[in-house]
Design a protein around this ligand. Sequence first.
Ligand code: MG
Length: 393
Amino acid sequence: MIAVLVVAAGRGQRAGDGGPKQYRRLAGLPVLHRSLVPFLEKAEIGAVTVAIHADDAALYEAAVSGLEAGLAEKLRDPVIGGATRQDSVRLGLQALVAEAPEMVLVHDAARPFCSGELIARAIAAGRLSPAAIPATPVTDTIKQVGAGGVVVATPDRAALVAVQTPQVYAFAPLLAAHLRAHDAGLSHFTDDAALVEWAGLPVETFRGDAANVKLTYEADFISAETRLSGVLVTRVASGYDVHSFTTGDHVWLGGVRIPHDRGVEAHSDGDVALHALTDALLGVLSEGDIGTHFPPSDPEWRGASSDRFLAFACERVRARGGVIDHLDLTIVCEAPRVGPHREAMRERIAAIADLAPARVSIKATTSERMGFTGRREGLVAFATATLRLPVES
Ligand code: MG
């Protein structure tokens, strides 16, 4: 079993007046909550415990109360930490003895950007060696300074790395090293690797992640906030819809009523353009398709105006913190002619989606009298939606 110990017992005074930094809200969620989720989500990890300060029980409860039930299952009772980080780790490890883990990952609560990939690299390194730590290259030249800030040496940058957490250890040797250091009255180790080195065990490195920053100063919080609320990733998905012609005198296309010598066979108003767009948007969100949300079996949607389907999908995008960048449609039919209605359709779709019409593209083609559209049996729409969504969405 793989266990995780998250160290959250520090007071974090360097980060300003916002209380212990691991409980401050970052883009709406406590830092500790963000730091825990990637570990709780990892299937290989069986138990996670947090070392907290004795004064922080209520803050801790508030930070973990919003976790999904499936994730919270792996969370064990928090451990009250000690006077130093080293003490807190030792006490946390002693609490984990009951779980009988073979491997333990030790992580700082002030690092809320640990990725699943970094955790996977830690676990892989932990399977190969009893102690391994994530390292990143040093880009600044490092100087060793003496009295008065005078430079006394310039270490070779190629031989230096910066070290992060999660660090991974075979459980029993790490606990033994901590107990030995405690018995020897040593309490100055600021990182577990230093303590393990002192105990005489080799420590390996694996590739860290520059994005896995430690929140230390107020400026770190400001840039983390910007990163979480400002970083959106682009996603693209497609949608497709077809309806067959039947008797009638108009079709709805792109939210516009177009007179025609036929109508379309449909449960709703049969607007293939809006249906394809709705599916493209739901596709970007990975939230099923139009039938998932508006089942044709439900009489409520009989004859429904398709505006509401598209409006619903746009609302879901907004609820997820997303931004619609572009909607592109290709309509395939021999008739009716799309060209004369193109601008009205763009404006209607832009209004439903609350977009500038410049972000809506409508193209039309025939299929050269081939196939079912060529035989005028029906009409088809293909849609592509391009969105930006919050990075963890
Ligand atoms: Mg349809």
